[in-house]
Design a protein around this ligand. Structure first.
Ligand code: NDP
Length: 309
């Protein structure tokens, strides 16, 4: 029995090697090489070519090698009713939290502003904010959002969070569902999106939602480009309702060079690298699931077939 690794980036060799090193007893194939398809029991995938999961008659599990699984549901030839697992990993959560916290502190102390002033040789101090001045609102209090919330509380920020089901996180004011969204947004000065991309959340960062934020609010989208209506963000930045946005994710990646985000003075861009799955940390949970498949035990980090996250 075997694992096939399917991804289109330059990390396919790293993943194959890491799996082989950690579990030499399991045959691991790169999907581009000749391999016995009937032997494959698990596919370890990231942004696979649509249709490439077909033709594995004994496939028992699809394992996303990242936290997100939205790319799988975009494949209309995805084999139906197979268990899908994703990554939940301490480093992935910590790295995301550190990325967002770095952005927030840069904002507090106007560091982007001064970088631009430096290029233009402008010496002009501007008022800064303090931790106690800011309320951070996090959309999505899952594996990543909950760690960020706790870290921000430790720094002394006022923190609120929004999710589907109720949460109890010390020091965090929590809101749920569509009914709780308005109250959640109305006092949020920095909005962080850490939702999964699903039919319910596609385009959720739109003009209607932005209008519910206080004037001068700032957006940090580190979840998926599909959450954001780009034109609505540009409109809200240009009319001054939002003071700025930090984006790590985009509808198209890499972002087309014609896109207005590149040159917008209020947009701070990073290249979808807030937090990445490290093979050394993630491979053990994938191999553990491979073992569980054989023993019939419940798999770790299962994606809900109904909720699609
Ligand atoms: P989880 O599935 O653990 O958490 C998702 C959270 O969103 C949960 O709290 C869930 O609520 C909430 N949620 C889902 N749908 C809704 C909805 N319709 N309304 C309100 N709340 C909702 O995901 P992770 O924290 O592991 O990851 C979040 C996303 O971050 C990933 O899907 C991925 O897109 C992105 N990501 C980005 C990375 C980057 O480098 N930029 C790296 C890794 C991930 P409940 O708890 O009640 O189910």
């Amino acid at each position: 029995m075997a694992i096939v690794v399917i991804r289109q980036d330059d990390k396919i060799d790293d993943w194959k090697e890491a799996l082989q090193l950690y579990a030499p007893q399991i045959a691991v194939y790169d999907y581009r090489e000749e391999h016995p398809r009937e032997a494959v029991k698990m596919a370890v995938v990231w942004k696979h070519p649509p249709g490439s999961l077909q033709g594995y008659p004994n496939l028992e599990c699809i394992s996303s090698s990242g936290a997100g699984v939205d790319f799988l549901f975009e494949d209309d030839r995805l084999p139906k009713h197979l268990p899908i697992t994703r990554v939940v990993d301490e480093y992935l959560s910590k790295d995301m939290s550190e990325h967002v916290i770095a952005l927030i502190f840069s904002l507090l102390k106007n560091l982007y502003h001064y970088k631009v002033d430096q290029f233009n040789k402008i010496w002009k101090p501007v008022g800064y904010k303090r931790i106690s001045d800011l309320t951070i609102g996090i959309m999505g209090l899952g594996a990543l959002g909950s760690v960020l919330a706790k870290d921000l509380v430790r720094f002394g920020f006022k923190v609120r969070g929004w999710s589907s089901s109720e949460k109890n996180i010390q020091g965090v004011e929590t809101f749920t569902g569509p009914a709780g969204r308005t109250a959640f947004l109305e006092a949020t000065q920095i909005l962080v999106c850490l939702l999964p991309l699903t039919d319910d959340t596609k385009g959720i960062l739109n003009a209607g939602l932005f209008r519910q934020l206080p004037k001068g609010a700032y957006l940090i989208n580190v979840a998926r480009g599909g959450h954001l209506v780009d034109g609505d963000l540009l409109e809200m930045l240009d009319n001054g309702h939002l003071s700025g946005a930090a984006l790590d994710v985009y509808h198209q990646e890499p972002l087309s060079l014609e896109h207005p985000f590149w040159e917008h003075p209020k947009v701070h861009m990073t290249p979808h690298y807030a937090s990445v799955s490290e093979t050394i940390s993630v491979v053990p949970q994938i191999v553990e699931n491979y073992r569980r498949l054989a023993s019939g035990e419940e798999l770790l980090n299962l994606v809900s077939e109904d909720k699609k996250y």
